[in-house]
Design a protein around this ligand. Sequence first.
Ligand SMILES: NC(=O)c1ccc[n+]([C@@H]2O[C@H](COP(=O)([O-])OP(=O)(O)OC[C@H]3O[C@@H](n4cnc5c(N)ncnc54)[C@H](O)[C@@H]3O)[C@@H](O)[C@H]2O)c1
Length: 459
Amino acid sequence: MKTPDTRPSSGTTSPAKTKRRDFMKSAAVGAGLLILPSGTFAAPNAPSNKLNIALIGADGRARAHYDALKSENVVALCDVDEEHLAFAGNVFPDAKHYVDWRECLQQKDLDAIVCCTTDQTHAFVANWALNRDLHVYCEKPLAISVEEARLVRDTYRKKKDKLATQVGMQRHAKENFNRIREMIIDGAIGDLQEVSVWGNRQLPRPGYLPAAGAPPKNLHYDLWLGPAPFHPYNPGYFERPAGMNCLSWNMYWDFGVGQVGDMGSHTMDIAWNAIDAGIPTSITGVGEEYNPDVTPVRMTSTFEPPANAWRDAITVKWFQGGDMPKSPVKYVDLNQIGHGVMFRGTNGYLIGDFDTRMLYPHGTKTDMIYYKPRAEKDLLPPVGHFQKQWLDACKGGDLNTACNFEYSANMIEQMILGLVAYRHGGKIEYDGKTGRITNNEAANKLLSRPYRDGWTLEG
Ligand SMILES: NC(=O)c1ccc[n+]([C@@H]2O[C@H](COP(=O)([O-])OP(=O)(O)OC[C@H]3O[C@@H](n4cnc5c(N)ncnc54)[C@H](O)[C@@H]3O)[C@@H](O)[C@H]2O)c1
């Protein structure tokens, strides 16, 4: 951690402060949202106005969506496990059943899909659904390679005036996200310089699991593997309870991106929401020894996103699996925060997690007179019910949902670039416009991943 910059910025005209002030005057500063007057859109959610939805990946995490989906017409269920399909069928008895999502997406009466499958299929399902003009809610992470994130975002950009998207980073609806954004933009810690984000989850594995007999009859294992290179069946990939089973497979390179896409999706979101960052121009990643089977438990990646309308260039860091930023003061033990963020500005630190935050004024301007908390009327509007925000958007509400595929693809592209730099073993320079690593041609192969024959992202 660098020593805090103690240059006084309060009441003076630092360039960043002027930028922030001008930005506040000239632009809407919602939590990634453009604030529009109420009544701009047709009233969503008339009782007759139900969506025809396919739930793909029908059990596990999908259970968390059942209540919201009960207000709609769930007309299709898809799951590679027929027992899971039967379970969901009891909740949504009118739905047709599928084991292959490619067939499910052919059903003609669909308006929208909710995707809760394994991570290695997310970008596939999302992109195929967008190609069919379907609204998409996709569980996090949206993608597990840079190529996938960019492709889904490109498709979304072509359709964003008619389709609603949301990535399952539902903690984004917590009020603390808005409060942190307001404090950063309003200058509670002066001019923003660095953001550290961390997660302490550790799920070490030695390698892919060994072959362990035939899959049970109810499980279509080949479809479970989907686009991923073949690995033999082992019940260890299916050993955790519903909603937690992703922790049985998401650390393997062919199935996920480990904590980068898991808790990283949620925790980086606290920062991403507050910093309006684009794709970083340079990235480093350091951690434990590279294992070709398993993503790293311990790793730190560092990103350099460019300046934007309201701040200068900053540094963003992601720490996982035991790596941690250094606390600015001995009596604040960051290790007590399992998944947290720390913003460093010219006048102090803001430390927080999903629900709480604390301010640590520091440097020469600790009087705080430079900072005026917002009036209640100026607080950012709450997101409300996260899934419902998307459902309302599908029905003609504001298409600019909190975690749409622009916001979320950018964030996961950044996070995966950290893994790319870690695998490359050195700093990478990156051109976000072309999606190319510019300082090492060979490293570009790490931006995509291998698929089995017959699987294509563009379906
Ligand atoms: N937003 C959150 O807080 C949160 C919490 C937990 C999980 N998740 C995400 O939800 C997803 C699912 O996680 P999980 O723990 O439920 O995993 P899981 O292994 O239990 O899979 C979920 C369901 O999808 C089915 N499935 C798997 N591959 C499929 C495919 N190709 N086609 C159709 N069905 C398929 C499984 O049989 C299961 O019923 C993961 O991407 C995970 O990251 C998000």
